[in-house]
Design a protein around this ligand. Structure first.
Ligand code: CMC
Length: 502
């Protein structure tokens, strides 16, 4: 990273200079790591709207242009020409494997597909009606109990082994989550089958009869897994990195990532899309749901629409839109009513001013749920499948972090807005004692006083970027007054708008 450009910040009559780093593509960053030491101020960025937490060589996203690349390769090129294990190799090692490397890698992963027999006993402790994600969070984190002797994260061979184990065992555990919930016996992996074929086999085969997996479904599964394999510093990946930054073992870190993925704003959205489409039930009811999605007093959102990063059609959704039709044809469900509702919903939303203005397009989860459903996969298993695929990205990102010499434990700071020091209430009385009340009153007085004397700060960035920020006491927010760098003006003004609304 070249360290040529700098930004200057003037605050409380003190000026400091901060380095600007350029990546190979995408926005440059201002290095604010010395800000607190030099000025006594923290930066404030809830939701990480403008904060890069690391540098990474794995995935590049340009949300405005709808670009997603792994290690420089466009996502649709990979989805249409490679299988999931090629992509795992690429994410972990930086390049696609040649024929020999591929053979060795595929074999190594295959040799780790089985799980310890104790894991199946552990499952029996869970209620049968458990959500499969609950089973998955618990069982993946518990893998650390089985491999305690090979968890030295500073040993490259043990890191590699942990990565292989994670990638290989996730489909086996996912299939066990499903089988357990429907009361069928677990199926052992069949190591003659490919990664996705084996997963579908463990999911749908039973010990009673022969089962042949439909190749169209295998192909769709390969594509879905490739599209979900990584997405740079999203919530679950940042969780894995943060957990791993303390030196925690990789199985525990991936368990934390799975927990983060579970939420409906992240990996839980594919399940939520199907629930929403089922609730709509008929194309005639779409306007009613569009109206609800636009109503600020209604918590309802169009699931599978919008993305923090993509302000254009999600490139993954473009691939899946076609795959969805292929799968529905292959399983004889081309008239699937949910697809008709989804297509009409997409058409109406994309021509509605509310969605156009906010750049809300269908995301990857809008179509993946319909494909899974057509395959016969129940909706409560959708996020589990997302976790299988994202494990490739999680282990690659975890490995990159551990191998980064600049790596530090992650430790965000805060703006404290709670009570100032006070004494315990007198025994038997609910009200605070006089001393505490005095402390509270002082705190009330101090807050606006501090804000009034708040900094008048000027940020300058060379060669072009220039911004002036003024702390506003009443709104307790920082307002952008002027910016000459175009992109900076765009992003800062929109985040200021959001802060004001909150
Ligand atoms: N339906 C209706 N309005 C929406 C939606 C939606 N799905 N998404 C965003 N908006 C509105 C939002 O109300 C806000 O409006 P205003 O500016 O008037 O207050 C504006 O668009 C910006 O939204 P935001 O919440 O500030 O955007 P965000 O970047 O914080 O949230 C998101 C991104 C994905 C959480 C959100 O778009 C959402 O909740 N979508 C539905 C859930 C979903 O499909 N999630 C899957 C994401 S893709 C899988 C993955 O990568 O994990």
């Amino acid at each position: 990273m070249a360290k040529e450009k700098t930004a200057t910040l003037t605050i409380d009559k003190k000026t400091i200079t901060m380095p600007i780093y350029d990546g190979t593509e995408g926005p440059s960053v201002i290095d604010i790591s010395a800000l607190y030491k030099d000025t006594g101020y923290f930066t404030y960025d809830p939701g990480f709207m403008s904060t890069a937490s690391c540098d990474s060589k794995i995935t590049y996203i340009d949300g405005d242009e709808g670009i997603l690349r792994y290690r420089g390769y466009d996502i649709d090129t990979l989805a249409n020409n490679n299988d999931f294990l090629d992509v795992c190799y690429l994410l972990l090692n930086g390049d696609l494997p040649n024929a020999t490397e591929k053979k060795i890698f595929d074999r190594e992963i295959t040799l780790h597909t089985m799980v310890h027999e104790q894991i199946s006993f552990m499952f029996r402790g869970f209620p049968r009606r458990s959500h499969p994600m609950a089973l998955m969070v618990g069982s993946v984190a518990s893998l650390s109990a089985f491999y305690h002797d090979s968890l030295d994260i500073h040993n490259p061979e043990e890191r590699k082994l942990a990565a292989f184990r994670m990638i290989a065992k996730m489909p086996t555990i996912a299939a066990m989550c499903y089988k357990y919930s429907i009361g069928q016996p677990f199926m052992f992996p069949d190591n003659d089958l490919g990664f996705c074929e084996n997963f579908l086999y463990m999911l749908f085969a039973t010990p009673c009869e022969k089962y042949k997996v439909n190749p169209v479904l295998v192909d769709a599964m390969e594509k879905i897994f490739i599209l979900h394999a990584d997405h740079e510093q999203n919530a679950s990946t940042s969780t894995v990195r943060l957990a791993g930054s303390s030196g925690a073992n990789p199985f525990a870190c991936i368990g934390a990532g799975i927990a983060s993925l579970w939420g409906p704003a992240h990996g839980g959205a594919n399940e939520a899309v199907i629930n929403m489409l089922e609730e709509i039930g008929d194309v005639k009811r779409i306007p009613e749901f569009i109206k609800r999605a636009k109503d600020k007093n209604d918590p309802f959102r169009l699931m599978g629409f919008g993305h923090r990063v993509y302000k254009n059609y999600d490139p993954r959704a473009t691939v899946l839109r076609k795959t969805c039709k292929d799968v529905l044809n292959a399983v004889g469900k081309k008239d699937e009513p949910l697809l008709a509702i989804a297509m009409e919903l997409e058409r109406i939303a994309l021509s509605d001013e509310y969605f156009i203005e906010r750049k809300l397009y269908p995301n990857v989860d809008f179509y993946s749920g319909i494909i899974y459903r057509a395959m016969g996969i129940p909706s409560n298993l959708f996020t589990v499948l997302f976790a299988i695929a994202r494990t490739a990205g999680w282990v690659a990102q975890w490995k990159e972090m551990i191998e980064d010499p600049k790596q530090k434990i992650g430790r965000p700071r805060q703006l404290y807005i709670g009570a100032t020091a006070r004494s315990l209430p007198k025994k038997g009385k609910g009200k605070p004692n006089a001393k505490a009340a005095k402390g509270k009153a002082a705190a009330k007085k101090a807050a606006p006083a501090k804000a009034k004397s708040a900094a008048k700060a000027i940020v300058k960035a060379t060669p072009k970027a220039k911004a002036k920020i003024v702390a506003k006491p009443a709104a307790k927010s920082v307002k952008l007054v002027s910016v000459s760098k175009k992109s900076a003006a765009k992003s800062t003004s929109s985040s200021a708008r959001k802060t004001a609304k909150r």
